[in-house]
Design a protein around this ligand. Structure first.
Ligand code: NIG
Ligand code: FE
Length: 389
């Protein structure tokens, strides 16, 4: 067993409140970490660090848990730069744009889809993201959804079946038949590659009854539920997610009091996706209201070619601080431990003995610089499973 000592860490963010300053970020100054066989085996003050086989001096930089991007749509072909430019000239974002990515995705080979998704995963790693959830949802046939998930499963264990993204054009006059397909043959083909089942429950996509049908079928096959809800309007998605015991409900842009109350009384995480509001020029979700009500909040990129074509979680964190009034500490927690909670994982998003040795080295004296220096590539090294990526 080779042990590696990461030494001379100026500020270590553990997200373990039982260490360091006792805050949710569990901050330690002048710290060191020892990793072995993909796991953290020790962390603490530099002066008490044990000897190790390999020694890496981090030069007083900051170390944070690897970012956990719990919401991304990486399996697709083509892009929608024209749609983005039109939107920046005043056109509205609608779920309808998804259809053009569906056309391109169906026409692409498996190798093309995998190369595109792998490129985005590499971008994510370079910006400190060590875990990413990847959804299907641009195939919308049995074959194209299954091959999308097969691609996703080669890149991450956190794979999500999103056959219920929108009703494809060929089912426009018989949406019930499409919902039946999603809940039967398509699910059968996709379930072997998926951990999660998701539905886009919103205007222009699926209503609450349709979402219920798909989630019930998915959970009967052993998949775990999560939902897209309340992105485009204050619909039923958030409360449905809580009712169904979903691990997370994502977007949460338009909320009424009953949505906040439901989330506050539940273990469902509210995953906020500031890249989507940024790229669709929409009003941001009310993060303060959620946090002040006691809701667990995560931040993710929503990386997709339509509403949020960024793979950069530090950018989303900076937007959340600047425009959603989250503190730098809350935003960092949401992009690490919050993302882990949204994926029901306790081995990531945190640095403590036994956790995965997934971390990002920030070339700055404190984590606050992630928001203070927006757009600057401060992540100078990413370690995944104890190995520098
Ligand atoms: O999360 N909301 C639904 N799906 C994506 C958008 C997909 C697209 O526009 O291509 C989202 O924002
Ligand atoms: Fe999404």
């Amino acid at each position: 067993m080779t042990t590696t000592l990461l030494d001379n860490i100026g500020q270590l963010v553990t997200c373990d409140p039982s260490v360091g300053d006792g805050s949710p970020l569990g901050l330690l100054g002048d710290a060191a970490i020892v990793v072995a066989e993909g796991r953290v085996v020790w962390l603490g003050p530099v002066r008490s660090a044990p000897a190790a086989d390999v020694h890496v001096d981090l030069g007083g930089r900051t170390v944070v848990p690897g970012f956990v991007d719990s919401h991304a749509h990486l399996v697709f072909a083509g892009d929608r730069a024209g749609e983005f430019a039109a939107r920046m000239s005043g056109a509205a974002y609608t779920a309808g744009g998804i259809a053009s990515t569906v056309r391109d995705t169906r026409a692409a080979s498996d190798d093309e889809l995998e190369a595109g998704a792998a490129r985005l995963v590499r971008e994510m790693l370079a910006s400190g993201t060590t875990t990413v959830e990847i959804k299907s949802g641009y195939g919308l046939t049995v074959l194209d959804e299954a091959r999308s998930l097969a691609v996703a499963s080669r890149l991450t264990p956190e794979t999500t079946y999103l056959g219920a993204h929108v009703v494809p054009a060929e089912y426009a006059t018989d949406r019930d038949a499409y919902v039946r397909l999603v809940a039967s043959d398509m699910l059968d083909a996709c379930a072997p590659y998926a951990r999660w089942v998701d539905v886009f429950c919103d205007r222009g996509a699926f209503d609450a009854d349709e979402a219920r049908t798909v989630i019930a079928a998915g959970t009967a096959r052993g998949l775990l539920p999560r939902l897209h809800g309340n992105q485009l309007e204050a619909g039923p998605g958030v409360r449905l997610a809580v009712e169904l015991g979903a691990a997370s409900v994502d977007h949460c842009t338009h909320l009424v009091d009953a949505d906040v109350d439901a989330l506050a009384g539940s273990s469902t995480v509210a995953t906020l996706l500031p890249g989507a509001e940024f790229s669709t020029r929409a009003a941001y979700p009310d993060a303060r209201r959620l946090i002040d009500a006691g809701v667990t909040v995560a931040i993710a990129t929503d990386c997709n070619p339509g509403s949020s074509y960024t793979s950069n979680l530090p950018f989303c964190l900076a937007v959340a601080v600047r425009d959603m009034r989250m503190t730098p500490a809350e935003a960092l927690w949401a992009a690490t431990a919050g993302g882990a909670a949204a994926l029901l994982r306790d081995d990531i998003g945190v640095l403590r003995p036994g956790a995965r040795a997934d971390l990002a080295v920030i070339d700055a004296p404190s984590y606050v610089h992630l928001a203070y220096r927006p757009g600057v590539p401060l992540v100078c090294a990413t370690w995944k499973d104890g190995v520098r990526a």
